[in-house]
Design a protein around this ligand. Sequence first.
Ligand code: FAD
Length: 397
Amino acid sequence: MSMQKNRKKEELVIVGSGMAGYTLIRELRKRDSKRPITLISADDGAMYSKPMLSNAFAQGKVPAQLVQKASIDAAQDLNVTIKAETRVEAIDRRAKTITLNRGNGRRERLSYATLVLAMGADPRTYRVEGDDAVPVMMVNDLGDYRRWRERIGKNSRILLIGAGLIGCEFANDLALGGHEITVLDPASWPLSRLVPQEMGALLGEALTEAGVNLHMENSAIRMEKGTGGNIAHLQDGRKVVFDHALSAIGLLPRTQLARDAGLDVATGISVDENLRTSDPHIYALGDCCETEAGVQPFVLPLMAQARALAKVLSGDDARLEMAAMPVTVKTPCLALVVCPPQPGAQGKWVLTERSGRDCAALFEGGGGVPLGFALSGSQTARRQALAKTMPALLGAG
Ligand SMILES: Cc1cc2nc3c(=O)[nH]c(=O)nc-3n(C[C@H](O)[C@H](O)[C@H](O)COP(=O)(O)OP(=O)(O)OC[C@H]3O[C@@H](n4cnc5c(N)ncnc54)[C@H](O)[C@@H]3O)c2cc1C
């Protein structure tokens, strides 16, 4: 029997049932329908599309409708063993085992030949004086979203912290769901890290027309419970009265498990062009990993990673290549597409087209080389054509 055949029979263990974990399994199954695969997930293992969490109201969906497949059905369809509600607590790289916590003090060990970490990212924690009395929620998975929807009910006054991509999407969506929304952000315009000021201002106008109260260059300095609701005291002296608060101030790759196991970690778990970590038997993909192109916490990059990793794990010669990957911002009040330059890129935004809310802007590096773009309104139709003119994120793209 050849080495390759041997390798295919060995146990592959994947940690994480998000889009990265499931996309990898689907890619592997295109190549080999029988290879033993075990999927471990701290959550219930349901298959769902995370981007829909921030446009479910616009789509007229309740949380239960976001489940594409329960874990029991996914296990059968994909011929995998799924251990749901099971947290991986430790990796013993020498013994090639992981420690599982299955709840109620039940712990067990599981051997792996190859381990894949697809563990996602944690939301950054928002802290403000008084937040022990006034809980601030975060929505980063379907379980969070179920709890959030139960909590807010109908026609609530909601304080949203953060006017980045996810904050703006939630603001628009919750306003469409009939809630009264106030957004706070210390930046000068919405999506300040992704679009130039002019385009951010257009989104601000569109959100305001959609009923969102935007407070840019402002933040809460204290929160307290009042008689008519919770109160946020703002930096500029104003007060916002609200029922529930949601924080959307960014994500941090989940790296603790890898770090404790002695794997190389930068912002995310460091991987090479084969998605291999500093241990040759352990790989990582999705929001938890960091390639040479940095952390790319979006769907298209994780799909490219899953395709490449499936080839690598099948013994083929493959390396990760990623073209420029534009992201559609799900704000129905204004169509927007962003293709941000690589993290840390030097340059400036130049507005190239402007007619009403139809705008195009290029992020130009030294010598006027385009490194990224942002499009709004009818200009979003140019996303594919412009993406082709952008430098690849990794390799030839
Ligand atoms: C509200 C929202 C909207 C978004 N919209 C878009 C969009 O429009 N377009 C786009 O491109 N991207 C979007 N994104 C980003 C995109 O959804 C993510 O990049 C993607 O879903 C990440 O998938 P993942 O599998 O890497 O991580 P996750 O989905 O976070 O999955 C991680 C998995 O790991 C498991 N896990 C973690 N730790 C452990 C452990 N110790 N033991 C066992 N299991 C563990 C978790 O339970 C989970 O199953 C959005 C993100 C959010 C939050």
